[in-house]
Design a protein around this ligand. Sequence first.
Ligand SMILES: Cc1cc2nc3c(=O)[nH]c(=O)nc-3n(C[C@H](O)[C@H](O)[C@H](O)COP(=O)(O)OP(=O)(O)OC[C@H]3O[C@@H](n4cnc5c(N)ncnc54)[C@H](O)[C@@H]3O)c2cc1C
Length: 342
Amino acid sequence: MDGISDGQISDPNPSSHIFYKQGGPLCVSKGVVGYLVYLRTLPKNRCILFLTRSNAPMKPSTHLDVGIIGGGPAGCACALWLHKLGVTAHLIEGANRLGGLQARSPYENLWLPGVQGRTGQAVAQAFQTHLDSDQVPYSLNQRVHHITPTPDGFALHTDTGTLTPRFVVIATGTLPRSGPFIASDTVLIGPGVDIENTPVEGRKIAVLGGGDNAYDQARFLRDRNAAEVVIFSRSPPRGQTTLRQLIPDVPIRIGPYHADQHTMTINDEYFDLFAVMYGFEAIIPEGLIPDLDNGYIRVNRFGETSIANLYACGEVTDYWHPCVATATAHGIQVAKQISLRL
Ligand SMILES: Cc1cc2nc3c(=O)[nH]c(=O)nc-3n(C[C@H](O)[C@H](O)[C@H](O)COP(=O)(O)OP(=O)(O)OC[C@H]3O[C@@H](n4cnc5c(N)ncnc54)[C@H](O)[C@@H]3O)c2cc1C
């Protein structure tokens, strides 16, 4: 297969310029007339740069067995296994790198056997390096905004093209819940790089939420010399006792509170920063939506959803306790099941 002539991804503009270039990944950016889409193809270590106009019509493509949406641990594992099992698959990631939530974690990954001493960001990079070295096809900066059915399978629509595989795997994971807040310099949503990159020394910080992440972040903020850290939890905290024991000096105020982002006050008390730790919610692309359970995609033990040939794996399903090991295992399970059906 030599690039798009095989139709893995549609050409929204038949007269658009298609560049073939030997070698490794290229940096691409949004251009004046549209996007440069970077695709990796098999098996020749060849890259395609695909210039499109964002307002051009899209033509569905053919000859792709599996489209995987989301390049976190679940999607990467699924893509890698499908590739090794000889299935034609393409992974589409909305961000500019693979690794999913791990790429947001500057913390050491203490929970994944075999990677001690490495941060989540290093684990994310290792996923991408592995897919690169095995030449597993993927696209970055491509958010699937819609899934629609076709006579032969599905159409996955991004801003710059359409992928039309027979099977689809949704591996879109989760995002931190923001509640009524809007992320800003003083309101940080969820754990990870945003909060770690924010200066906290000498500042008075309210941590909102009562789970493990609230406890963890309160400890990290205290250890980074915040002047004062207070946890606000509407109901009795659910966080692990062992984590609570690490922060005996951090007060927890339990009960209803009124937090105002505009005045940066909670119950009329001023704080320099809010750290919102309200847990996570599934990211589900629009269009064809399978049955959900509590906001997560319902799957059976094979990763099948309520819609034929539409699979899901990883944190978007809430099938297993969320972590890297379970997400990768789930991606592998789905890859194997699909390969058995082809
Ligand atoms: C700060 C932090 C620290 C953590 N530390 C650990 C740890 O130490 N050990 C551990 O085991 N686990 C840890 N976890 C949890 C672990 O990262 C997750 O359980 C795991 O990443 C889930 O993998 P996933 O592939 O299901 O989803 P995700 O990692 O969420 O990946 C989903 C991917 O899909 C992409 N996506 C979403 N929607 C679309 C779309 N429409 N189109 C294209 N792409 C899309 C997203 O950009 C993302 O890259 C941590 C999580 C956080 C936030």
